[in-house]
Design a protein around this ligand. Structure first.
Ligand code: PEP
Length: 245
């Protein structure tokens, strides 16, 4: 049985004052029916973890370096995130792939580093609009899945987030049929590679998930939760998504 996951990605937003939203979220959802995770900027991980007090809200990073230490100015290792209070880390988000040239091969190394540090990796994959228009979405996403996941990945240490790039922050979402087709395809690929273990990976949908479309998206087979950007910044909106899950 895959436990549903509502994961929020604050991106480069939020300051210590935003922790009031976290307190409100925890107060409104003391025993959520799903796993609840927020990934703030790295500067807020320790403070958010302190606010969460080991309760139902988990805290994650938005990226990590693939090496454990060394001369990598500005980077953070997976172990550093864990020491700050993170239990998860988002890897290969399309903004990192686009802004920092991250390849699936690098994402795979990062996922290995996350596993070594005891973090759950949320590996992001998704096609651009041009790739979908060209009918290449399965090729692209299937390739990213194959290349980004370590052979040793399991459903316990790895979550996959399908995030069509054209749906992120745009207010546009794929049709329910398009989400269903992609998640079915991903499940088939996971089972083909990992056997029965492929059934254990949670598949999140991400891209303009809001309180008003969450229930319909969560009703789609093989959607095990969501990776939420903008709507995770407000306790009320993220809470409504958690309730829909
Ligand atoms: C994201 O950045 O992962 C995301 C899904 O953003 P939004 O929900 O704002 O589209």
């Amino acid at each position: 049985m895959r436990r549903k996951l509502a994961a929020g990605n604050w991106k480069m937003n939020g300051s210590r004052t935003a922790l009031a939203e976290v307190e409100a979220l925890i107060a409104a959802h003391p025993a959520p029916g799903c796993e609840m995770l927020l990934c703030p900027p790295a500067t807020l991980i320790a403070a958010m973890a302190a606010t969460a007090k080991g309760g139902p809200l988990k805290v994650g990073g938005q990226d990590c370096h693939h090496k454990p230490s060394g001369a990598h100015t500005g980077d953070l290792s997976a172990a550093m995130l864990a020491e700050a209070g993170a239990s998860h880390v988002i890897l290969g988000h399309s903004e990192r792939r686009a802004d920092h040239g991250e390849t699936s091969a690098l994402v795979r190394q990062k996922a290995e580093a996350a596993k070594a540090a005891g973090l759950v990796a949320i590996v992001c994959i998704g096609e651009t609009e041009a790739e979908r228009d060209a009918g290449r979405e399965l090729d692209v996403v299937g390739g990213q899945l194959a290349e980004s996941l370590p052979d040793a990945a399991t459903g316990a240490d790895t979550v996959i987030a399908y995030e069509p790039v054209w749906a992120i922050g745009t207010g546009r979402t794929p049709s329910e049929a398009q989400i269903a087709a992609m998640h079915r395809f991903l499940r088939e690929r996971l089972v083909a590679r990992f056997g029965e273990g492929g059934e254990a990976f949670r598949l999140l949908y991400g891209g303009s998930v809001k309180p008003d479309n969450a229930a319909a998206i969560f009703a789609i087979p093989d959607v095990d939760g969501a990776l939420v950007g903008g709507a995770s910044l407000k306790a009320g909106d993220f809470g409504a998504i958690i309730t829909a899950l």
